[in-house]
Design a protein around this ligand. Sequence first.
Ligand code: KG4
Ligand code: ZN
Length: 339
Amino acid sequence: MTVLAIETSCDETGVALMVNGIVRANAVASQVRLHAEYGGVVPELAAREHLRNLLPVARSAIQTAGVAPEQIDLVAATRGPGLPTALLIGLKAAQAMAFALERPFYGVHHHEAHLYSPWLADEPARLDLNRFEPHVSLIVSGGHTLLVHVEAPLRHRLLGSTLDDAAGECFDKTGKLLGLPYPAGPVIDRMAEHGNPRAHHFPRPLLEEPNDDFSFSGLKTAVRYFLRDNPGLIGDETALRNLCASVQAAIVEVLVAKTVRAACRLGVRLVTASGGVACNRALRKALQEACAAHDLKLRLATPAFCTDNAAMVAALALLQAQHGLPPTGPDAEIRPDWS
Ligand code: KG4
Ligand code: ZN
């Protein structure tokens, strides 16, 4: 089974070719530099870039995979949630390809696809669910922070999500307050490496609440007040590193504690994580330590599959087809607010 998949829900144009579960190509054209100038993703610009990049990225992926178009058995794309105009380009291109090739089309849920990125293991990466077991999955990126109970392949239940800002948004917005470039997440990760995470204590929102929800906007506000009250720290390299480490520690502690607590409460033995923020080294290390302490296994997506990519879209579409789920209609519309 050869799957061509497209991902254009936000600011990455992704095209992947998966052959019998093996990722033969996973091409991504990132728009990060374009949006950096504006301090965030500008939807109209994102859509134009997808339009410009999609066919060259698709051609390159097809070439890398060494697959002839007529060998493609199934075409998939992210149908939602995401930026409407960005989704529209990937979805309509995929439907047109499916129509031209006379192949089924699957329009998938972006967050559901994230659930399968930790299962793209080995080199070359392949979808391997042999060791699948019920688990709790943490999906953390610029747009979402979700805890999901995955009971079986394609069977899952949302446990909790953020009530306001996503974890990545919190990294990016606090980074902006600290004068760091967008997206600030990876910069804070590097700065924090040589900072003291205990230099300042920032709030751990909802840490003690008996639910699986998150809230990060208060943390951003706490950093804003801290900077207002300590103006002398701006421009001091050591102070900046300590601030980055302290902010990161607050975000990481909440994410890890709530994930592990949910896993223990539900009696699962495995935790998985994906999304751009799951690239964060302190988060990866803290998850490893907390899971080991609670006798939980941990499966982290590799960084290339943490950030938005089309390989995870291919993986989900392949699973849906293998489980006999019907294709999505060729006229199906985008679902920007798909819950
Ligand atoms: O999954 P992603 O590429 O796109 C979506 O938002 O869907 O995630 C991007 C987010 C940004 O907020 C970025 O700052 C954050 O992931 N991020 C990180 C790291 N790498 C990316 N945050 C903290 N540490 C990192 N190393
Ligand atoms: Zn995502």
